[in-house]
Design a protein around this ligand. Structure first.
Ligand code: NAD
Length: 468
């Protein structure tokens, strides 16, 4: 699906026209070109408030990148991590800094009072204008729920407002701002999330907050193909977001079972053939579907590692005009089928240790949407399901959700033009996302190194103005 306006405003004539008419001027987002591409390049500035807990591990992650590292000032931990080989050079933070930074990374885990928030201003005020096009702001804080004292909880919660507001200011550069919230003792689990949020893989993930908990699983050893040896089920894989998920997980080394309804078989077969996967014809709302899927996974692979509940439908009508089968179908495809499939896989112990379940919600499930009472209900239910299951799953299995905003697919191409244009532009990046943006976020959830990422709902929406 093509966004002609985005192309037009990035021509010299279009740029001038947009500026003189006060129209949005979205910047094309950089996305992954090669899997062995370093997760970040260029100059990266790292800072930390006193008492920072994450800086040593973040320093080590950055030290393994292709970036030139600078540290603003620092607690001893930063100096230690620099000694450990991360090349960080001290940089005095003044308004006269002359380089452009591909990322500004700040460890705010040590902030314990509202007064301590001044450290954010001191770090970002002189540097934010030096953030490069397509740059990244990443703040690391503590989970406020883990803070025993109210002023600390307040200060840590405050980081969310800061990051969301920064995201809105830097979106015009095609740059993003996100917050990682760490549970006490989860330092070793930060690596995969720091890499994701700093890389071009998170191009359309903006203004998000992700919680990282403690876990015991060892991180991945193969950064280019972290899913080698894993078997993934992707529902609705014949086109759109599902196709991108199937291709991305296969790129990362997984063997993919692509599933779709029988009429979509020709398209599905093309997708699965091209990634050496297997195609499964199945309507997930059929009563026999959970058993069919479980039998297929057992027979061909002896089990399954990654379950991606992507299949979804809309059946829009205002509530008073909605036929009952619209309601029933939207709930069945978008919500109940996922539960029934997971139940069967668990009952038969087919979901293997350190497995991953990923569900697709929607910003409609967060904010509600006109004419979508059925869809919004189902997609909000998905969030409730994920949050509840996250507390129950064992054996290192995690469950998370993605809530896409406006993604360029056949689903959104079918919208009336005015609604489509509004959906595309009403976000900090002034453009729609690509299916691969959702797929990259799912690949991050699925990585063995993301074992501490559990029970999250991350929006892939360019920081949509709709919803929180
Ligand atoms: P799409 O309509 O292009 O693809 C959905 C796929 O699901 C299709 O291949 C379809 O055949 C399959 N499917 C539908 N019902 C099924 C069933 N009963 N059994 C098996 N397969 C079935 O949609 P998309 O835009 O790629 O959306 C993918 C997911 O993302 C959906 O869950 C959707 O609700 C969600 N989403 C999309 C957007 C967006 O902007 N495109 C926004 C928010 C959420």
């Amino acid at each position: 699906m093509s966004d002609l306006y985005l192309k037009f405003v990035n021509t010299p004539v279009g740029k001038t026209a947009a500026q003189s008419l006060g129209l949005p001027s979205p910047i094309p987002l950089k996305r992954l070109k090669r899997t062995d591409q370093p997760f970040i390049e260029g100059d990266v500035l790292v800072g930390a408030a006193d008492g920072a807990r994450a800086i040593a591990t973040v320093g080590a992650t950055l030290g393994a990148s292709a970036a030139t590292l600078h540290h603003a000032s620092g607690p001893d931990t930063l100096a230690d991590s620099a000694k450990a080989g991360n090349k960080a050079k001290a940089l005095e933070i003044t308004g006269d800094i002359n380089q452009k930074f591909s990322a500004l990374v700040f460890d705010a885990t040590g902030i314990k009072t509202p007064e301590g928030l001044r450290a954010l201003y001191d770090f970002f005020h002189p540097t934010i204008k030096k953030l490069a096009v397509n740059g990244r702001v990443l703040v690391i804080g503590m989970d406020p729920a883990s803070c025993r004292k109210a002023p600390q909880a307040a200060a840590q919660q405050a980081l969310e407002g800061f990051v969301r507001a920064v995201g809105k200011e830097i979106g015009k550069k095609g740059a993003t701002a996100n917050l990682i919230r760490m549970a006490p003792g989860a330092e070793e689990q930060l690596d995969s999330s720091v890499r994701f949020f700093l890389s071009v893989r998170s191009a359309y993930v903006d203004g998000q907050v992700v919680r990282i908990g403690k876990s015991t699983e060892a991180p991945a050893t193969n950064p280019v193909a972290p899913l080698t040896g894993k078997v993934a089920l992707v529902t609705g894989a014949s086109r759109g977001i599902g196709e991108a998920i199937a291709r991305t997980l296969a790129r990362d080394g997984a063997t993919v079972i692509g599933l779709d309804i029988p009429p979509a078989m020709e398209d599905l077969q093309k997708v699965t053939d091209s990634i050496k996967g297997k195609a499964l014809a199945c309507d997930i709302t059929d009563e026999s579907a959970p058993k069919l899927i479980a039998d297929f996974a057992e027979e061909h692979f002896g089990g399954i590692d990654l379950v991606i509940h992507n299949a979804g439908i809309t059946r829009d009508k205002t509530l008073g005009n909605m036929p009952e089968h619209f309601w029933d179908m939207a709930i069945a495809v978008n919500l109940s089928a996922e539960e029934h499939i997971d139940e069967e896989l668990m009952k038969r112990a087919l979901l293997r240790q350190n497995g991953r379940i990923v569900c697709i919600s929607s910003i409609s499930g967060i904010a509600g949407n006109f004419g979508q009472t059925n869809y919004s209900t189902a997609k909000a239910g998905v969030i409730g399901y994920v949050e509840s299951m996250a507390k129950q799953l064992k054996n290192g299995i995690t469950i998370n959700a993605i809530a896409p905003g406006f993604i360029e697919t056949q689903m959104t191409a079918a919208m009336p033009i005015t609604i489509r244009e509004a959906g595309r532009r009403m976000n900090s990046l002034s453009q729609g996302g690509q299916p691969v943006d959702v797929a990259e976020a799912i690949a991050w959830y699925c990585s063995p190194a993301s074992s501490g990422v559990n029970g999250n709902v991350v929006r892939v929406c360019g920081q949509s103005l709709i919803g929180k």
